[in-house]
Design a protein around this ligand. Structure first.
Ligand code: NAD
Length: 488
């Protein structure tokens, strides 16, 4: 491993750029063209990053100085804001996000960093006089090196979503970002690592995959893992981490139901349903992928939604008219299409076929037009499995209880939307849904002050909100007998 200032997208380890022996090509999913190269992390780079983070944690300068940490996180936020346009450009180029959707992702980073800067300053612990002359104090201490693993669908927002609370708590960190977004990762690494006041080694960023991620998960020197990714990988990580009894925060897959009640304002709701399907080309953990519609409005929804989905302009981020970019790569286009074909062959009714773009100027890219299928069997794989693409199933219901039962009949429980103009129905339904987030007449509204995460197979623990800190701290009870009993 060597350090250089070359144009290859690099890791950031121990306060400086770091290279790897292996270089690979970065590809634009909208064209299939090579756009640069990157250093690929393996066990050697992961281990070097862990050691740098351990050394930084051993020095109390960072872990005991919350004022320093808050200042650094705020400065990091400024740096992300200053380079927001560059991040949006890179996300368009290698992740396929339209500029609007790229801005949506990038805007999270400074907000999350500032929230965690503030959170670092609010820690007041607990003190109590237990009996006369005896006091108990509970202090929160950082657990040590945090291993952070984030997926390719939103590396800026999701990497920072875990990194900011880890640093705010006083941990040091190794962030394993995905090779699919290596060019973006390199800029993230520089913005994080180059923040004035951040000790060398306190925040290391490597571009890798499951091999480097596995080193973090198995290392006895990494006591906590903050993982965002699929439920299948979350299960593997949870099992591997158990060998060292390490704590694991898991933000996993989803299968978000969108429930349209009979009195829903469709002029308001249908554009949201379309956004819920096409934002990040359906490659969003909260993608609205199951539409549950009251049978009395089903005909109208079928017709109007079909027209809206057929009108979605698919294209590269470089075209300002594009409303939905490409899928991450062609193998994923094939994977999505195989799932859709399987569903159709098992009886799903095609409302809008959509599918891979195979001719014209977009054919070289990994484009997939939005698809709408009507199904009656809730046990079909297209309803139960995460597709991670712009594929929406539609089912009808007649009663509120039926809608709730259908929504909850899933291994997932990440998020849900309810559309109605009633005042009682939404709260009643929201309370009954097995879901970490519920939006009423809206979708995917997230705020750093409020907890985000999954019920059931959608996760363990919470990101954002006050609970976010729990993955990164130990509570220590100190009992004092200071002799404060009044003299007799
Ligand atoms: P994935 O689970 O395949 O991989 C995520 C990352 O984990 C990879 O980039 C890789 O670096 C690492 N990894 C893979 N196998 C590993 C292993 N055995 N040990 C350690 N690290 C390993 O997920 P993906 O396909 O990259 O991302 C899409 C998935 O992420 C979807 O299921 C989506 O719903 C989910 N997701 C969830 C949230 C959330 O907040 N709940 C947000 C975004 C994405």
């Amino acid at each position: 491993m060597s350090t250089t200032a070359a144009s290859v997208a690099m890791h950031w380890i121990d306060g400086q750029r770091a290279d790897s022996d292996e270089h690979r090509d970065s590809v634009n999913p909208a064209t299939g063209e090579v756009i640069g190269s990157y250093a690929m992390a393996g066990p050697k780079e992961a281990q070097a990053a862990i050691e740098a983070a351990r050394r930084a944690f051993a020095d109390p300068a960072w872990r005991t100085n919350r004022l320093l940490r808050a200042r650094v996180l705020n400065q990091m936020a400024d740096r992300f804001e200053e380079r927001a346009d560059d991040l949006v450009e890179l996300l368009g180029l290698e992740n396929g996000k339209t500029h609007d959707q790229g801005r949506l992702e990038v805007a999270f980073a400074p907000e999350t960093l500032r929230f965690n800067a503030a959170l670092a300053l609010t820690d007041t612990g607990t003190t109590s006089q237990v009996t006369d002359g005896e006091l108990s104090l509970v202090v929160r201490q950082p657990v040590g090196v945090a291993g952070i693993i984030a997926p390719w669908n939103s590396p800026v927002a999701l990497g920072i979503r875990s990194l900011a609370p880890a640093l705010g708590a006083g941990c040091t960190a190794v962030m394993n970002l995905p090779w699919q977004t290596a060019q973006t990762n390199s800029l993230i690494a520089e913005l994080v690592g180059g923040t004035p006041g951040l000790p060398a080694g306190a925040a290391n960023t490597i571009t890798g995959g499951h091999v480097s991620g596995d080193v973090l998960v198995r290392s006895p020197d990494v006591p906590t893992i903050s993982f965002t990714g699929s439920t299948a990988t979350g299960r593997q990580i949870s099992a591997a981490a158990a060998a060292n009894l390490k704590r694991v925060g898991l933000e996993l897959g989803g299968k978000t139901p969108l429930i349209l009640f009979e009195d829903a304002d469709l002029e308001h709701a249908l554009p949201i349903v379309v956004s819920a399907l096409i934002v990040f080309s359906g490659q969003f953990c909260m993608t609205g992928s199951r539409l549950l519609v009251h049978e009395r409005i089903a005909d109208q929804v079928r017709t109007e939604l079909a027209a809206r989905l057929q009108a979605v302009k698919v294209g590269p981020a470089s075209d300002p008219e594009s409303e939905m970019g490409p899928i991450i790569d062609k193998p994923n286009v094939e994977r999505i299409n195989t799932l859709v074909e399987g569903a159709i062959s098992h009886g799903a009714r095609v409302i809008v076929r959509g599918g891979p773009v195979t001719d014209g100027p977009l054919a070289a890219g990994a484009f997939y037009r939005p698809t709408l299928l009507e199904v009656h069997d809730n046990s079909m794989p297209i309803v139960q499995d995460e597709v991670f693409g712009p594929v929406l199933t539609m089912q009808t219901f007649t009663t509120e209880a039926q809608a709730i039962a259908m929504a909850n009949d899933s291994q997932y429980g990440l998020s849900a939307s309810v559309f109605t103009q009633d005042v009682d129905v939404p709260l009643r339904v929201a309370l009954a849904l097995e879901s970490g987030s519920v939006w009423v007449n809206d979708w995917a509204r997230l705020h750093d002050q409020f907890e985000e995460g999954g019920f059931k197979a959608s996760g363990v623990g919470r990101m954002r909100g006050f609970a976010v800190i729990d993955d990164f701290i130990e509570f220590k009870h100190i009992r004092l007998h200071p002799g404060t009993t009044a003299a007799s």
